[in-house]
Design a protein around this ligand. Structure first.
Ligand code: BDR
Ligand code: CA
Length: 318
């Protein structure tokens, strides 16, 4: 049976890949939008355009928070362009928005759906507010599989990954919520790249959806290569979906993850306690002061396996 999901996102090129993957491989009950890669108005517009060209207009879209809990909203036009989704030429959206605010939508859906899994792939503001608004929300969410953080270095700063850096306080609320969390961070997503051979395979599918995706990946890869030096755009967000549906793609280890909210240079950093991983270390210096694991942290990825899944799913779209 397909997992029942809601994608909380800030599209964003790689967010689109996640929506397409989740739209087929999960029982996708909604898309909630948040500030992030671009302004909220723009990320919501982008989400509406995606469901239209992909034939996913049965999936409701609820608009969420325009800014973080405490900090000033930050966007990433240097990666995703001014629209947040530069590259393809897309028709103006006509599909209506769901009437509820994203936070209300999340709370409503959590009461009516059993075994709800959240797929947050942008700043965690909507999820944090839902948790604060209704203390029962956490117990009604089966699992979170999120793209964010890093076991190694960041992208926006040496320490922090973009989604968590945008709203560290919200991320802290989510990581201390008690909901079982899978954390898919830069340490694995930077290993799954839209290199030219894969971009050619996407374009070769030939459908409208695949052509839009190929145009997106060309733009996004050029920017990511210029910004990071990597050989193509990182498939960050769809890996949070892949983690849920194919256990062979990512390998996880349980760790305690603390989100840094005070540091001048480290805000948004995920401090992952992996001290239990090495048997030698454990023998020499047991974890005496650590806290119990609150997340499964992705430590390894099979990039080829991800791409075969993604290309197979993409070929099913019109
Ligand atoms: C994350 O930040 C955004 O730019 C991407 O969509 C992804 O969710 C990667 O750091
Ligand atoms: Ca995103």
């Amino acid at each position: 049976m397909k997992p029942t999901t809601i994608i909380d996102c800030d599209p964003g090129h790689d967010d689109v890949m996640a929506i397409l993957l989740g739209g087929r491989t999960t029982d996708l009950r909604g898309i909630t939008t948040v500030h992030g890669n671009a302004s909220l108005a723009q990320t919501t517009r982008n989400a509406r355009q995606v469901v239209e060209f992909a034939g996913l207009t049965h999936v409701p879209i609820a608009e969420g928070m325009p800014q973080p809990l405490v900090r000033v909203a930050q966007h990433a036009p240097y990666v995703h362009g001014e629209s947040g989704l530069d590259g393809p030429t897309l028709a103006p959206p006509t599909v209506p928005l769901h009437p509820s605010h994203a936070v209300d939508f999340l709370l409503e859906q959590s009461t009516s759906l059993s075994e709800l899994v959240l797929l947050p792939i942008g700043p965690l503001t909507n999820i944090a507010i839902a948790l604060k608004r209704d203390p029962g929300f956490a117990s009604r969410v089966k699992q979170i599989s999120l793209m964010g953080g890093s076991l190694t270095f960041g992208n926006v700063t040496p320490a922090a990954e973009f989604n968590l850096w945008c709203d560290p306080e919200a991320a802290h609320v989510v990581f201390t919520s008690g909901i079982p969390i899978k954390m898919i961070g830069l340490n694995v997503t930077h290993q799954v790249l839209a290199t030219e051979p894969y971009r050619k395979r996407v374009r070769a599918i030939g459908s409208t959806t695949a052509t839009h995706v190929a145009d997106m990946l060309d733009f996004y890869s050029a920017r990511e290569t210029a910004y990071t030096g990597l050989a193509g755009g990182s498939m960050h967000d769809p890996l949070a979906v892949a983690a849920l549906i194919d256990p062979t793609i990512l390998t996880f280890e349980p760790m305690h993850v603390a989100v840094e909210i005070h540091g001048r240079d480290t805000a948004g950093m995920t401090l992952c306690d992996g001290r239990h991983l090495g048997p030698d270390f454990r023998a020499l210096k047991p974890r005496t002061r650590g806290e119990a694991p609150n997340a499964e942290v992705a430590v390894a990825v099979d990039a080829g396996r991800f791409w075969e899944l993604f290309l197979d799913v993409l070929a099913t779209y019109p």
